[in-house]
Design a protein around this ligand. Sequence first.
Ligand code: ADP
Length: 520
Amino acid sequence: MIRLTRQEPGRYDLLFRGAAILIAASVFTIDTFTEIEGAIAVLYSIALLLAAQSVERTGLKFFSALFLCMALISFTFTHAAKADFPTYMRLGVALISLGLTTALLLRNDRARAELLRINAALALSEARYRSIFDRTRVALWERDYSKLRAHLLEMSARGVTDIKSYARQNPDFVNECIGMIDVVASNQAAHELLGTRDDSSLARTGSHFIPMGDDTFASVLQAIVDGDTYFEGNAEIMTESGERKHVLVSISFPTDVEAFDRVVVGMIDITQREEARLALAAAKEELSHATRAATIGALSASLAHELNQPLGAIAVNAQTLTRWLDRDPPDVEAAKRSAERILRDSSRGSDILKSTRLMLSDMPRQPEVVALAKLIDDTLELMKHDLQAENVSVEVVQKRAIPPISVVRLELQQVLINLISNAIQAIAAAEPDRRVVTITLDTVDDMISLIVCDTGDGLDEAARAKLFTPFFTTKSSGMGIGLSISRSTIEAMGGSIEGSNHPDGGAMFEIRLPGEREDA
Ligand code: ADP
């Protein structure tokens, strides 16, 4: 084979070259000095084949040219004067054979060079992949899924295609499947994640890392059966020491079936993120209760006020009723009218109590069709005392007819209470000449817009960026959770809430909510 790179000739190279020269010299001698009439010069091709084992392209061309010259010299020396047609034919055959051998050897050499180049590129790419695999901080495994895939496809052929529910009904199935996966390689980050020392412990305790009840692995099995090329999901894993961790799992399944013996599985540890998310959700839940408690505080004040009136009326009517009965003869008709008034007032009192109990209960509340203007009025009534205490007046501006909306009334009321409380506090802190909260109702692009605007100092740039971030507060006794809860509440209703500054000063919070559809 022709050598690709220039090197000092080795022992075998010299042998090949020597043999080539020997054969060529023999052919030349026989061709030139004997009377043999055969196409002996064809044998130069063999000499060329031998030479090709030890020379490069240029060397090959040199030998080819040399053998050509030798054949021609022999021909000139022996036959030139009396050459006949068969002699020319023999020379032609020899030259064609030499030419073809040269062309084939050169082509072969080019193909081999290309193959070597591809191999070198492959080796480089493999080295690059290895270095990424080993050094990345993402935990990576190469796992042999071929046995598992064959098993799953065989099950699917038997009609078991819903692998997830099959795994749920057969608890041992998942373990059985994990046992079919071999770990081919894993990187340092993978060992750090699982707390293992080497790949043998990974293989030994394969099923140990997947806690019972986690159905992510069943989803992976389903993805294989469905022929998906990619899987991503959150899972819980158990480390070697028994610690539970949350991970983001991603698996690329090859399109080539043969490559299932080296499937790359990646995991990112999201335990801290997950814990923070859960803590935040718990804090929000707790604080949403606190907000409700604050609402109830305001509510109790108004409750006392509202109950006062029917209770007083009941007392007055009871006295009147006694008087009608004390008459001689008793005025039964008048007494009956008083009793009816007592009944009416007591039922009003019980209605007030019922709605308060609803506020206090933890029962899931149902959305209802709410007229916003009425909700605003009711909320202002609730906050009457706070508004009066800070000497803040409220202007409600309704720009056009507002369609009703379908929401959980109490939740939207809590958002309003929060916005109005913030506005009152902002006005109290700023001590402006005008102490007004303006609530504007309007419709914008099929959405209902409710704007709460105050005459406080407004929002500075830093506050605007963080307004809805949980625990952001600029108040010494603030919790910084009201706006964050308000945003999640409004977004759950399919709406949005944004804070900005009014051109005339003061903060402005706009809620946009989808209106109740006419055809709904
Ligand atoms: P808290 O009222 O407990 O601070 P919020 O989430 O309701 O929590 O508000 C977060 C922050 O947003 C407040 O501390 C304040 O800096 C700012 N903010 C909210 N409403 C207004 C307003 N109307 N004017 C000025 N700043 C406001």
